[in-house]
Design a protein around this ligand. Sequence first.
Ligand SMILES: NC(=O)c1ccc[n+]([C@@H]2O[C@H](COP(=O)([O-])OP(=O)(O)OC[C@H]3O[C@@H](n4cnc5c(N)ncnc54)[C@H](O)[C@@H]3O)[C@@H](O)[C@H]2O)c1
Length: 451
Amino acid sequence: MKPTDDSRRDFLRATAAAGLGAALAHLGADDAQASPMYAPAPGPLAAPPVEKVRIGFVGVGGMGMVHVGNLLAIPGAEIRAVCDVVEEKVAKAQEQVVKAGFAKPAGYSRGPRDFERMCQEEELDLVYTATPWEWHVPVLVAAMKAGKHAATEVPAAYTVDDCWLLVETAEKLGKHCVMMENCNYGRSELLMLNMVRKGLFGELLHGEAGYLHDLREIKFSAEGEGLWRRAHATRRNGNLYPTHGLGPIAQCMDVNRGDRFDFVVSMSSNSRGLRLYAEEHLDASDPRRRETFKLGDVNVSLVRTVNGRTIYLAHNCDDPRPYSRINTLQGTRGIFSGYPDRVHIEGRSPKHQWEALDRYYAEFEHPLWKDDEVKGSTSGHGGMDFLEDRRLIECLRAGVPTDMNVYDAVALSVMCPLTERSVANRSRPQDVPDFTRGRWKTNPPLGIIGE
Ligand SMILES: NC(=O)c1ccc[n+]([C@@H]2O[C@H](COP(=O)([O-])OP(=O)(O)OC[C@H]3O[C@@H](n4cnc5c(N)ncnc54)[C@H](O)[C@@H]3O)[C@@H](O)[C@H]2O)c1
């Protein structure tokens, strides 16, 4: 049975016990139109301040250890427990915490659901997960049900049901459920946001985003993501990893804070890259040579927002190509584009020509990136991972809303199942649920923090 099914059943049992079962009966259907029927709580946007953020970390593989390293350098954060299905990984993480001068965190490695025991036994304020995708929702729900705030790597969830489950659990229990979208904290992405806020691009019309990353070698590796990521490509066809590209564009377009995603259409190319790679790189006797893949190499989607903006969203991890998240924003007064970073601003740039972005940092650097500690951070994608971890801890300690909240987590993540549905139905439009239930109209835009 899929772990998501378990967590869903547990949640329904718990809500039924609280007299909410009937109201939540609709959750059995994976339906984009489904919306909660019980009166929503005010929303898990702020919680009482926590002086010292005691953390339990689940999944200390590649990305988990980047977060652990960051957290050890952030004032007010303390890693109290570590969980992984591989005992040696727990030991390695414990050793790193001790080396940094903290007490040895408790270790949990008694199988794939041992995070539940961790959530029950440990006094924690925050549970992080950097596990394979299928475990994000079970960990987040277990954490919130045990009274902890929760944070996850991307995507937060990949079914519509699970997106609602996260929203409803966070609202009902008043807990933060944050998706760690590090690209929202990239230096050029935050510069772009600052320039948008200062009106340089005029009214925003259109964005282009993607996750274009040749992961063939990683997907066939005998460790790390090779153990789980390729399996998704055998059974799913759509955009499996939309949040890195879409996050910064949504942030600039005030998604959930004045605008929201309305509908999406999606189309996938043939599936070739993984099969070809296996044929050319694996022994004939290797069982992976017999795997078949459903995931089209190139998936392209178009998203329209309620306010009429358009977004092109792409995914390709299975063919030879240089890395790109595209990161393009077109407004009535100019355009920003990534890979390589450049801008054209009417009245400032030479007519019809791009300008290199470099010259704009002096004037428009985002205040969060003026910090030497962020600029000097070498761990995790050039400083943006450190900044996202530090911001989360700072917000929890201050008792203020986190930059990204549960609504942002699911608005971005729900593109996984909706693109899959559109692909499976001759690219028919799929409505994006309003997870905020109308609050997107009045939620204030994300401020330029630090100004
Ligand atoms: N934000 C980024 O830039 C970025 C980069 C890489 C990966 N990621 C995301 O991070 C997550 C992890 O990816 P990764 O590259 O670190 O993968 P990984 O395979 O290196 O790490 C996953 C870890 O989780 C452990 N694990 C698996 N099931 C578990 C369970 N039930 N309980 C506890 N531990 C479990 C594994 O043993 C492993 O140590 C994924 O969601 C991925 O999409 C994000």
